[in-house]
Structure formats: C-alpha cells, structure tokens
Write a protein that binds this ligand. Structure first.
Ligand code: NAD
Ligand code: TYD
Length: 359
C-alpha cells in the first residue's frame, strides 16, 4: 500500500479517488482534518476496503512510527500542508509547524522505517513530496517560466515554509540516501476546492449574489492546472521519476486573475443566468491588494514531458467548464463546508475514536 498524507484536502482527496480509480493498491490516508480537510470528499469510498483513514498529524512521530510498522507502505506521498497564502499572512505559526516541522518529522519517521527495510523493499521505496511553484518567487512579465534550476526565492510565509520543506527533503536524500522525489506544481483548480481560494470563491460568491473581490488591479498572473492532471503527474513521477530529482508540473495556462474571474462570470451567465437578467460580472469589485503579492508565476513543464512523457490532458477551457458545473451540481458540499457542519460531523464520527477505517 501507499501512505498518503493530507488525503482529505483538495488535491489529496482528488489524488486518493484518482489512485483507486486507476488500480487496486490500497491507500492509508493520514490527515489531521484541519478546517481544510473534509471526509465528505471521500464519501464514495465509504465501503471501500482499499481506503483506510486515520485522523492524525504528520508531526506526531509516535503515530507515524506505529502506522509505518503496521502498514508497511512502499511509498509515502506527502500532501499534508497549510496551503493558503492569505492565512499564512495572518498567522504563519501553523505553516511553520506543519509544513516545516511536520515534514521534518515525516522524513525522520520515513528514514528510520526505510533503513530497516529488506534490500529489495528498500530499493523500491519512494518518498514523494508535493510542493508548489511559489517557492521560486515572482516573475516579471517577460521573464522565462520557472525551470527546476531556478533560484528559490519565496516571498510569503506559505511559500517560505514550502521552500524550507523542499530543502529538508533534498537534504534527507543527499545526507541519508532517502529515495525522494519532489514535484513543484502551479495553481490547481477543480472539484473539492475549498472556497477560500480564487476560483471556488468566485463561483460560490457569484451564485450567492455576493461581491467578487479581485485583489488590486487583478493583473497578477498564475499558471492553472486542472487538479486531475496534477494527480496523473504525481502518479507518473512516483512510477518513473528518478530518485533525488525535482519535476515542475504546470498546465501551460498563464492567465491574469481578472480574466479568470470574467471567464467564470461568462460560464455562469450561460449555465445559471441571474434571475434579474443582469450579468455576473457586475458583481466584480476591486479590493485592497495582498501584502507582498507575487505578480506572476509560470511553470516550464518541459522536463516532466521530455523525461517522463507527461502532459496535461485538460485545456483551461474544458477544465474550468467542468469545475463550474461541479459547483453547480454540488450545492450541498458547498453548504456543508461553509457552515462547518462537516467538522461537527467529524467530531461526532470520531468521538472517542481518533483512528479507524472510514465508517
Ligand atoms: P488543502 O489545504 O486543501 O489540504 C491540506 C490537507 O492537509 C487538509 O486535508 C488538512 O487537513 C491536511 N493537513 C494539514 N495539516 C496537517 C498535518 N499537520 N498533518 C496531517 N494532515 C494535515 O491543500 P491542497 O490545495 O490540497 O494542497 C495539497 C498540497 O499540494 C500542499 O502541500 C500544497 O502546498 C501543494 N500544492 C497546492 C497547490 C494548489 O494550487 N492548491 C499547488 C501546488 C502545490
Ligand atoms: P489563491 O487562490 O489564494 O492562490 P495563490 O495565492 O496560492 O496563487 O489566489 C490566486 C490569485 O488570486 C492570487 O493572485 C490572489 C488572487 N485572489 C484575488 O484576487 N481575490 C481573492 O479573493 C482571492 C482568494 C485570491
């Protein structure tokens, strides 16, 4: 089996669903269930014995040692992180604890487990660390896109904490020989995306008749990748990536935020027109910019294409249409996440029982 951390969050849950749709190798899913973790994301696996869920912290060394000894995974895929830049600006502490200290503890647990494996299993073991393009900092409008050799120049508490974790992963390979792989991916979008991030926030606010808050001039550029394409990239890197290497993953979809917001408005005008006949774009407002806001990210994803034959399957146009449709089709998921009802459900579900297969 493989151990997935953070598998109840946006990308982690999509990965677990995608993994089990592509094969039968079981997943041990370790997630702390912070505000961003939602077991309803995995409802379709309720009666699936291939999925074992454990609520816990990647910083809990005793728990990690026990889980590794008991389940003997052949790989660890580390998604667990605090992931929201704005939250990192308001409160960086959790980012340091999970992204830096947590990754350190996970690496140490993995190293001790891996050291004790018999030769063949030791050879085959992989630690795949999921990271972000934000570690490279910001680009001027005509700079070439980030390659794997770019200088690491993080600008937010979030990206600094991710860069620190990437460095730890690298060092655990160079110093201890741990067979690691790192992926640095651009902005994801798709189903199960918590509505604090740009794309789901705009969809959900538009439908609720609320304003669509664009930071500053809205001309900041991000490179967008459909989440299931990120999942297929991770599967491919796990399968064929060269130990110790870093792979940039991106969608070849650089777009300014304001264009993204207009695209969402136009799709909603078509799929769920406003009752008053007005356009959703009328809800757009420009608000105060984010402090230290990175102006542009762009990923050069040629290495993963050249060496591992991976390319995204989805265009931005097809992916964003699917995404908007998913939010239209899943108002209960949105209501649940917004009301916090899913957290009460988890508290009830796991009362006195912190661990166990998802019931
Ligand atoms: P998310 O915030 O939606 O989910 C994070 C998950 O990790 C949640 O389920 C949360 O409960 C869990 N978690 C948090 N702290 C934990 C801890 N200490 N122990 C165990 N579990 C913990 O994040 P996401 O958008 O799904 O991102 C997943 C990973 O991918 C992160 O490492 C992030 O840095 C990286 N990444 C994200 C993007 C993106 O666009 N969202 C792009 C590139 C890379
Ligand atoms: P976000 O989804 O938070 O991802 P990241 O900061 O990791 O790239 O934001 C994407 C872009 O959208 C970023 O430039 C900030 C901007 N943004 C807004 O303009 N308004 C918003 O309400 C949010 C959440 C983000």
């Amino acid at each position: 089996m493989i151990l997935v951390t953070g598998g109840a969050g946006f990308i982690g849950a999509n990965f677990v669903l995608d993994w089990l749709a592509h094969g039968d190798e079981p997943v041990l899913n370790l997630d702390k269930l912070t505000y961003a973790g939602n077991l309803h994301n995995l409802d379709s696996l309720k009666d699936d014995a291939r999925h074992v869920f454990v609520q816990g912290d990647i910083g809990d060394r005793a728990l990690l040692d026990r889980l590794l000894a008991e389940h003997q995974p052949r790989a660890i895929v580390n998604f667990a992180a605090e992931s929201h830049v704005d939250r990192s600006i308001h409160g960086p502490e959790d980012f340091i604890q999970t992204n830096v200290v947590g990754t350190f503890r996970l690496l140490e647990a993995a190293r001790h487990y891996w050291n004790a494996l018999p030769a063949a299993k030791k050879e085959a073991f992989r630690f795949l660390h999921v990271s972000t393009d934000e570690v490279y900092g910001t680009l001027a409008p005509f700079d070439p896109a980030f390659t794997e050799d770019n200088k690491v120049e993080p600008n937010s508490p979030y990206s600094a904490s991710k860069a620190a974790s990437d460095h730890l992963v690298r060092a655990w390979h160079h110093t201890y020989g741990l067979p690691v792989l790192t992926t640095n991916c651009s902005n994801n979008y798709g189903s199960l995306h918590f509505p604090e991030k740009l794309i789901p926030l705009m969809i959900v606010n538009a439908l609720a008749g609320k304003s669509l808050p664009v930071y500053g001039d809205g001309m900041q550029v991000r490179d967008w990748l459909y989440v299931r394409d990120h999942c297929s990239a991770i599967r491919r890197v796990l399968e064929a990536g060269v130990v110790g290497q870093t792979y940039n993953v991106g969608g070849w979809n650089e777009k300014p935020n304001i264009e993204i917001v207009h695209t969402i408005c136009t799709l909603l005008d078509e799929l769920r027109p406003r009752a008053d006949g007005k356009k959703y774009a009328e809800q757009i407002t420009h608000v105060k910019d984010r402090p230290g806001h990175d102006r542009r990210y762009a990923i050069d994803a040629r290495k993963i294409e050249r060496e591992l034959g991976w390319r995204p399957a989805e265009t931005f146009e097809s992916g964003i249409r699917k995404t908007v449709q998913w939010y239209l089709d899943n108002p209960d998921w949105v209501a649940n996440v917004q009301s916090g009802a899913y957290r009460e459900w988890v508290a009830r579900q796991y009362e006195g029982e912190k661990e166990g297969a998802q019931a």
